[in-house]
Design a protein around this ligand. Structure first.
Ligand code: CA
Length: 228
Protein backbone atom coordinates (compact mmCIF):
# COMPACT_ATOMS: atom_id res chain seq x y z
CA UNK A 1 0.00 0.00 0.00
CA UNK A 2 1.53 3.30 -1.02
CA UNK A 3 -1.21 5.63 0.19
CA UNK A 4 -0.11 9.00 1.49
CA UNK A 5 -1.63 10.52 4.60
CA UNK A 6 -1.29 13.98 6.12
CA UNK A 7 -1.84 14.31 9.88
CA UNK A 8 -2.67 17.74 11.29
CA UNK A 9 -2.45 17.59 15.08
CA UNK A 10 -0.70 19.80 17.64
CA UNK A 11 -0.20 17.18 20.34
CA UNK A 12 3.23 15.73 19.76
CA UNK A 13 2.54 12.45 21.55
CA UNK A 14 -0.53 11.75 19.45
CA UNK A 15 1.28 12.63 16.22
CA UNK A 16 4.10 10.23 17.08
CA UNK A 17 1.64 7.45 17.85
CA UNK A 18 -0.34 8.03 14.64
CA UNK A 19 2.76 8.11 12.45
CA UNK A 20 4.17 4.95 14.00
CA UNK A 21 0.96 2.98 13.65
CA UNK A 22 0.28 4.06 10.07
CA UNK A 23 3.85 3.58 8.86
CA UNK A 24 3.78 0.09 10.28
CA UNK A 25 0.89 -0.57 7.90
CA UNK A 26 2.83 0.75 4.92
CA UNK A 27 1.31 4.21 4.69
CA UNK A 28 3.53 7.17 4.03
CA UNK A 29 2.75 9.89 6.58
CA UNK A 30 3.55 13.58 6.90
CA UNK A 31 2.50 15.80 9.76
CA UNK A 32 1.84 19.43 10.55
CA UNK A 33 1.35 20.88 14.03
CA UNK A 34 -0.79 23.92 13.40
CA UNK A 35 -3.72 24.77 11.20
CA UNK A 36 -2.07 27.07 8.70
CA UNK A 37 0.86 24.83 7.85
CA UNK A 38 -1.55 21.89 7.93
CA UNK A 39 -3.76 23.35 5.23
CA UNK A 40 -0.71 24.30 3.18
CA UNK A 41 0.62 20.75 3.50
CA UNK A 42 -2.68 19.25 2.35
CA UNK A 43 -2.63 21.57 -0.69
CA UNK A 44 0.96 20.74 -1.57
CA UNK A 45 0.94 17.04 -0.88
CA UNK A 46 -2.52 16.19 -2.28
CA UNK A 47 -2.63 13.16 0.06
CA UNK A 48 -4.97 10.20 -0.22
CA UNK A 49 -6.41 10.95 3.21
CA UNK A 50 -6.22 13.64 5.90
CA UNK A 51 -6.36 13.04 9.65
CA UNK A 52 -7.42 16.28 11.21
CA UNK A 53 -7.53 17.39 14.83
CA UNK A 54 -10.27 19.95 15.44
CA UNK A 55 -8.63 22.09 18.13
CA UNK A 56 -5.51 23.51 16.51
CA UNK A 57 -3.51 26.70 16.88
CA UNK A 58 -3.73 29.10 13.96
CA UNK A 59 -6.61 27.72 12.00
CA UNK A 60 -8.96 25.19 13.58
CA UNK A 61 -9.94 21.87 12.06
CA UNK A 62 -13.40 23.12 11.04
CA UNK A 63 -11.86 25.84 8.89
CA UNK A 64 -9.42 23.41 7.33
CA UNK A 65 -12.24 21.01 6.60
CA UNK A 66 -14.26 23.78 4.93
CA UNK A 67 -11.27 24.93 2.89
CA UNK A 68 -10.55 21.42 1.67
CA UNK A 69 -14.16 20.84 0.66
CA UNK A 70 -14.38 24.16 -1.20
CA UNK A 71 -11.26 23.55 -3.25
CA UNK A 72 -12.18 21.50 -6.34
CA UNK A 73 -8.76 19.89 -6.41
CA UNK A 74 -9.09 18.60 -2.87
CA UNK A 75 -12.84 18.38 -2.43
CA UNK A 76 -12.99 14.61 -2.57
CA UNK A 77 -9.99 13.98 -0.30
CA UNK A 78 -11.21 11.81 2.58
CA UNK A 79 -10.96 13.42 6.01
CA UNK A 80 -11.02 11.74 9.42
CA UNK A 81 -11.43 14.15 12.30
CA UNK A 82 -10.08 13.62 15.80
CA UNK A 83 -12.43 14.80 18.52
CA UNK A 84 -12.63 14.75 22.28
CA UNK A 85 -15.09 12.24 23.66
CA UNK A 86 -17.23 14.89 25.31
CA UNK A 87 -17.57 17.16 22.29
CA UNK A 88 -20.44 15.57 20.44
CA UNK A 89 -21.42 18.84 18.78
CA UNK A 90 -17.91 19.14 17.34
CA UNK A 91 -18.23 15.74 15.84
CA UNK A 92 -21.58 16.58 14.30
CA UNK A 93 -20.30 19.88 12.94
CA UNK A 94 -17.20 18.20 11.55
CA UNK A 95 -19.33 15.71 9.67
CA UNK A 96 -21.61 18.52 8.50
CA UNK A 97 -18.57 20.27 7.08
CA UNK A 98 -17.72 17.22 5.07
CA UNK A 99 -15.49 14.99 7.19
CA UNK A 100 -15.86 11.33 6.23
CA UNK A 101 -15.45 9.84 9.67
CA UNK A 102 -14.27 10.63 13.18
CA UNK A 103 -12.20 9.02 15.88
CA UNK A 104 -12.69 10.05 19.48
CA UNK A 105 -9.74 10.62 21.77
CA UNK A 106 -8.31 8.67 23.40
CA UNK A 107 -8.08 6.05 20.68
CA UNK A 108 -5.92 3.01 20.09
CA UNK A 109 -3.55 2.76 17.13
CA UNK A 110 -5.53 -0.25 15.97
CA UNK A 111 -8.78 1.65 15.97
CA UNK A 112 -7.30 4.48 13.96
CA UNK A 113 -5.74 2.16 11.38
CA UNK A 114 -9.05 0.34 11.02
CA UNK A 115 -10.89 3.61 10.43
CA UNK A 116 -8.32 4.81 7.91
CA UNK A 117 -8.59 1.60 5.94
CA UNK A 118 -12.39 1.64 6.07
CA UNK A 119 -12.60 5.23 4.84
CA UNK A 120 -10.13 4.58 2.03
CA UNK A 121 -12.13 1.55 1.01
CA UNK A 122 -15.38 3.49 1.01
CA UNK A 123 -14.02 6.45 -0.90
CA UNK A 124 -12.37 4.21 -3.46
CA UNK A 125 -15.80 2.86 -4.27
CA UNK A 126 -17.00 6.34 -5.00
CA UNK A 127 -14.46 6.63 -7.78
CA UNK A 128 -15.35 3.33 -9.41
CA UNK A 129 -18.36 2.93 -11.58
CA UNK A 130 -20.31 -0.24 -11.97
CA UNK A 131 -20.60 -1.39 -8.40
CA UNK A 132 -23.17 -3.94 -7.32
CA UNK A 133 -24.60 -3.74 -3.84
CA UNK A 134 -26.37 -6.64 -2.18
CA UNK A 135 -28.31 -5.67 0.87
CA UNK A 136 -31.09 -7.63 2.59
CA UNK A 137 -32.52 -9.15 -0.58
CA UNK A 138 -31.97 -5.95 -2.47
CA UNK A 139 -29.69 -5.74 -5.50
CA UNK A 140 -28.49 -2.35 -6.67
CA UNK A 141 -26.43 -2.29 -9.84
CA UNK A 142 -24.93 1.15 -10.37
CA UNK A 143 -23.75 0.42 -13.90
CA UNK A 144 -27.05 -0.85 -15.23
CA UNK A 145 -28.96 1.52 -12.90
CA UNK A 146 -31.18 -1.32 -11.80
CA UNK A 147 -32.70 -1.90 -8.39
CA UNK A 148 -34.28 -5.26 -7.60
CA UNK A 149 -36.13 -6.04 -4.43
CA UNK A 150 -36.08 -9.83 -4.65
CA UNK A 151 -37.51 -10.52 -8.10
CA UNK A 152 -39.32 -7.21 -8.33
CA UNK A 153 -37.67 -4.42 -10.26
CA UNK A 154 -38.09 -1.08 -8.48
CA UNK A 155 -38.57 2.10 -10.49
CA UNK A 156 -36.63 4.97 -8.94
CA UNK A 157 -35.98 8.49 -10.14
CA UNK A 158 -32.28 9.34 -10.69
CA UNK A 159 -32.11 11.22 -7.37
CA UNK A 160 -33.82 8.43 -5.45
CA UNK A 161 -31.34 6.04 -7.02
CA UNK A 162 -28.44 8.29 -6.04
CA UNK A 163 -29.78 8.56 -2.51
CA UNK A 164 -30.07 4.79 -2.18
CA UNK A 165 -26.51 4.30 -3.45
CA UNK A 166 -25.30 7.00 -1.07
CA UNK A 167 -26.92 5.21 1.89
CA UNK A 168 -25.50 1.86 0.77
CA UNK A 169 -22.01 3.24 0.37
CA UNK A 170 -22.13 4.65 3.86
CA UNK A 171 -23.96 1.75 5.44
CA UNK A 172 -23.72 1.80 9.23
CA UNK A 173 -22.73 5.46 9.28
CA UNK A 174 -24.98 8.37 10.09
CA UNK A 175 -25.22 10.80 7.20
CA UNK A 176 -26.40 14.32 7.86
CA UNK A 177 -28.93 15.80 5.46
CA UNK A 178 -26.27 18.20 4.27
CA UNK A 179 -23.83 15.39 3.56
CA UNK A 180 -26.53 13.56 1.61
CA UNK A 181 -27.35 16.72 -0.33
CA UNK A 182 -23.72 17.35 -1.21
CA UNK A 183 -23.19 13.80 -2.27
CA UNK A 184 -26.39 13.24 -4.28
CA UNK A 185 -27.37 16.72 -5.45
CA UNK A 186 -23.94 18.33 -5.67
CA UNK A 187 -23.98 21.96 -4.63
CA UNK A 188 -27.38 23.25 -5.64
CA UNK A 189 -28.59 26.77 -5.09
CA UNK A 190 -32.26 26.25 -4.39
CA UNK A 191 -32.50 22.82 -2.81
CA UNK A 192 -32.95 22.52 0.94
CA UNK A 193 -32.25 19.68 3.32
CA UNK A 194 -36.03 19.09 3.35
CA UNK A 195 -35.59 17.58 -0.11
CA UNK A 196 -33.64 14.75 1.47
CA UNK A 197 -36.57 13.91 3.76
CA UNK A 198 -38.96 13.81 0.82
CA UNK A 199 -36.72 11.47 -1.14
CA UNK A 200 -36.16 9.25 1.90
CA UNK A 201 -39.94 8.96 2.24
CA UNK A 202 -40.23 7.99 -1.43
CA UNK A 203 -37.56 5.32 -1.04
CA UNK A 204 -39.31 3.88 2.00
CA UNK A 205 -42.58 3.74 0.07
CA UNK A 206 -41.13 2.23 -3.07
CA UNK A 207 -39.02 -0.35 -1.24
CA UNK A 208 -41.03 -1.32 1.86
CA UNK A 209 -38.38 -3.79 3.01
CA UNK A 210 -36.00 -0.86 3.43
CA UNK A 211 -38.45 1.20 5.41
CA UNK A 212 -37.31 0.24 8.90
CA UNK A 213 -33.69 -0.29 7.84
CA UNK A 214 -33.28 3.37 7.01
CA UNK A 215 -32.96 4.86 10.46
CA UNK A 216 -33.89 8.49 11.11
CA UNK A 217 -31.32 10.07 13.41
CA UNK A 218 -33.17 12.84 15.17
CA UNK A 219 -32.17 16.37 14.17
CA UNK A 220 -29.27 15.06 12.17
CA UNK A 221 -29.91 12.77 9.26
CA UNK A 222 -30.19 9.16 8.25
CA UNK A 223 -28.38 5.89 8.51
CA UNK A 224 -28.77 2.63 6.70
CA UNK A 225 -28.54 -0.16 9.27
CA UNK A 226 -25.49 -2.31 9.03
CA UNK A 227 -26.04 -6.03 8.40
CA UNK A 228 -27.15 -7.67 11.65
CA1 CA B 1 -5.45 19.84 19.55
Amino acid sequence: MDKRIVVVEDEEKIVTMIIASLEREGFSVKSAHDGISGLRMVREEAPDLVILDLMLPGLDGFEICKNIRMDPRMASTPIIILTAKTEECDRVLGLELGADDYVTKPFSPRELVARVKAVLRRTNWKKNTGVKFYYKGLLVDTEACVVKDGEREVELTPKEFGLLVCLLRNKGHVMSRQMILDSVWGLPASITTRTVDVHIRNLREKIPSLSSLIVTVKQFGYKLKDQE
